[in-house]
Design a protein around this ligand. Structure first.
Ligand code: ADP
Ligand code: ADP
Ligand code: MG
Length: 689
């Protein structure tokens, strides 16, 4: 076995590999870009080498630089993770040439599977079933058109060198073929530097079912059962599970044996995944082989109790496979959800930013030791693989994955229920995430019943993207609780007069907090303000707290909960417990499995800004002009009061941000003004003196 290896990757997979190294007593070397100097994977390894700029091309894809780092640190082997250089035959070759073990298959096997078209020719020879299609060398557009017509529409065009769904085009009709071919070739050329294409019959309502295979250098080859990865967006996996539900033992064995045959056909060594596409009636066809560890390998680890990275290391060091096919046992069910920083409602565009608050459900990080993989009934029920910590940023340079949430259950139902609960406990403030979207899929009828196919998200689009019925008033009550607590209230429904003693009251008996709902998934923030009124109940000390939105008023009470950031509220008959994370004037409330954000319209702060000359000449909130104190032509000092507005029942004076001359007053007493509206024009050039 190796003493020291270099991990040529970043993020969760680098941390994942480091965890196995640590457990096996193997020293690990990280590499990192400028953007990752303080990254979690650097901390997870024993040593780290800086390899260049933030863009992958300047760092994680620099073959010579990485080989040099391995040499300099005395690493005997390199683990490439997934993505980046993991399926790059030049890299595998460069490692070999430098006398460093590449923890992956031989160069020839990568090359054979690197071209989807060439791989298909090999698979055909090995009697592995193929989707009807064309994968020939002749790329003449007219020939391709004829082949497509013959296969019958719809067909799928793929980049032969492709990956990550890039270049794929579904063509519905013969007339659309030529244009689709051009656009597929264009994307293939720019993404992979190779515009060769292949054509496949486009299957309708197929499932993506794949088989984990492993081979050693002594001729041993096994399959570690199957996974279903049908739930995809933009041809990219979102939820993966093992074993694939609803398949007969015969189909599973036939697929497993086909996958082993595929691996043997290319003299495969190490971990690989043979991806099949499956018809609703259970026929399966070879799609491609990924010659590396897969993102979703943890679900296989959970149901087999094996650490696949350990297997990779042992095989690369020349050892035999740890178990035979007969010794491998399947136990229970595991599901992985990929938590991404992205906007599902905006076509799944990546979202970036600092993870200001990050809380994952209770679980075991990289649960790959005996306690994690464990005996049946003693496994870690929730595993979390993540390459980021609170305070880290999701940058535009790399994959926007925040974490993989993996759950185990004795049955699929148990795993599913656990996943829904675990997703409820995920809290992320900063980038937008797909957590709520995942929740909806997981609790949707087709997913729950195992009715899986690759069109699931699209077909159920309306239900999956319907506006959420969010617990607005409950969340708002919790936000008020957090605000009043922060401002010095007590645990039992603090009086705002005590808590916010510095507030000026325009009435002795009522006080109002203004809130705006921030819906980051929607294109715009909701402008309908919520009002929370506190009123003294006659002479008694009892405090009535009222929420008002859309004309509906309800009284509520609140208290501080037991856990950190935890609050409780009662509104009418409804009781709610939730957690509130405060980011400046933004209050992120996590309750009933939903995330809501409100912005406190902190009028006092706005007024203070104006008084201190930092204010703009714009309305800090929607409201009414109740006094105009200057006329055009007036020469004003910094801080001179100009206009008084009233909003949320509070008066608020706008002062001059600087000395100048009033050029124009844009509103009159009684006018209603929108948030951010410019109120007057101040001419700074003509300031006297
Ligand atoms: P999987 O089937 O395991 O999801 P993919 O082919 O979709 O595999 O890619 C695996 C991971 O590698 C993804 O997270 C993807 O973002 C990343 N990836 C894919 N292609 C590249 C590439 N050319 N360079 C860097 N990362 C990549
Ligand atoms: P990539 O290298 O981008 O992962 P794949 O060939 O593995 O490309 O295909 C990615 C996804 O595209 C599959 O998981 C499946 O959802 C869909 N797909 C691929 N081939 C077909 C096909 N012939 N018919 C229907 N869908 C397909
Ligand atoms: Mg694929």
């Amino acid at each position: 076995m190796f003493n020291k290896i270099l991990i040529a990757n970043r993020g969760e997979i680098a941390c994942r590999v480091a965890a196995t190294c640590k457990r096996l007593g193997i020293a690990s070397v990280a590499v990192y870009s400028d953007a990752d100097a303080n990254a979690k994977h650097v901390a997870a390894c024993d040593e780290a080498v800086h390899i260049g700029g933030p863009a992958a091309a300047q760092s994680y894809l620099r073959i010579e630089r990485i080989i040099e780092a391995a040499r300099a640190t005395g690493a005997q082997a390199v683990h490439p993770g997934y993505g980046f250089l993991s399926e790059n035959e030049d890299f595998a070759h460069a490692c070999e040439a430098a006398g460093i073990v590449f923890i992956g298959p031989p160069v020839e096997a990568i090359a054979a599977m690197g071209s989807k078209a060439a791989a298909k020719a090999l698979m055909h020879a090995a009697a592995v079933p193929l989707v009807p299609g064309y994968h020939g060398d002749d790329q003449d557009p007219q020939l391709l058109q004829r082949e497509a017509d013959e296969i019958g529409y719809p067909v799928l065009l793929k980049a032969s060198a492709g990956g990550g769904g890039k270049g794929m085009r579904v063509v519905e009709r013969s007339a659309d073929f030529a244009a689709a071919l051009l656009s597929c070739k264009r994307e293939a050329a720019s993404s992979f530097g190779n515009d060769r294409v292949l054509i496949e019959k486009y299957l309708t309502r197929p499932r993506h079912v794949e088989v984990q295979v492993f081979a050693d250098q002594r001729g041993g080859a096994v399959y570690l059962f199957d996974r279903d990865c049908s739930v995809q967006r933009r041809h990219q996996k979102v939820l993966e599970e093992a074993p694939a539900p609803g398949l007969s033992a015969e189909v599973k064995r036939a697929m497993g044996e086909s996958a082993v045959a595929a691996a043997r056909a290319v003299n495969y060594v190490g971990a690989g995944t043979v991806e099949f596409i499956m018809t609703p009636t259970g026929e399966f066809y070879f799609m491609e082989m990924n010659t590396r560890l897969q993102v979703e390998h943890p679900v296989t680890e959970m149901v087999t109790g094996q650490d696949l990275v350990e297997w990779q290391l042992r095989v690369a060091a020349g050892e035999a496979l740890p178990l035979t096919q007969q010794q491998l046992k399947l136990d229970g069910h595991a599901i992985e959800a990929r938590i991404y920083a992205e906007h599902p409602a905006r076509g799944f565009l990546p979202s970036t930013g600092t993870l200001k608050h990050l809380r994952m459900p209770e679980g075991v990080e990289f649960a790959i030791d005996a306690a994690g993989l464990g005996e049946p009934g003693r496994k870690a029920p929730v595993r979390i693989d993540s390459g980021v910590r609170e305070g880290d940023a999701i940058t535009p340079f790399y994959d926007p994955m925040i974490a993989k949430l993996i759950v185990y259950g004795a049955t699929r139902e148990e795993a599913l229920a656990r996943l829904a609960r675990a997703l409820h406990a995920c809290e992320v403030v900063g980038p937008h995430t797909n957590v709520e979207f995942l929740q909806r899929i997981v609790t949707s009828e087709p997913f729950a019943s195992g009715d899986l196919d690759t069109g699931l998200i699209e077909r159920h689009h309306d239900a999956l993207f319907a506006p959420a019925k969010k617990p607005f008033k409950e969340a708002l009550a919790l936000a008020c609780a957090a605000l009043l607590t922060r401002e010095g209230g007590t645990a039992h429904g603090a009086s705002p007069w005590d808590a916010l003693s510095h507030w000026r009251l325009n009435s002795g008996y009522t006080q109002t907090l203004g809130w705006r709902m921030i819906d980051e998934a929607a294109q715009d923030a909701s402008d309908a303000p919520f009002m929370v009124t506190f009123a003294r109940n006659g002479q008694a000390q009892a405090l009535v707290q009222t929420l008002e939105h859309d004309g509906v008023r309800e009284d509520f009470t609140w208290s501080v909960g037991a856990g950190a950031h935890e609050f409780r509220a009662t509104i009418g008959d409804a009781r709610v417990t939730g957690r509130v994370f405060i980011d400046g004037d933004r209050f992120h409330v996590f309750c009933q499995g939903e995330t809501l954000a409100f912005e406190w319209q902190n009028l006092l702060a706005h007024a203070a800004d104006a008084e201190h000359g930092e204010g703009r000449l714009t309305a800090p909130m929607p409201g009414k002009v109740i006094a105009v104190l200057v006329e055009p032509g007036a020469v004003v000092e910094k801080g001179t009061p100009l206009i008084v507005m009233e909003a949320m029942k509070m008066e608020h004076t706008i002062g001059a941000p600087t000395a100048g001359t009033v050029a124009e007053v844009l509103y009159a007493v009684g006018d209603q003004v929108a948030d951010g509206a410019q109120l007057l024009v101040l001419d700074v050039q003509q300031a006297g003196g």
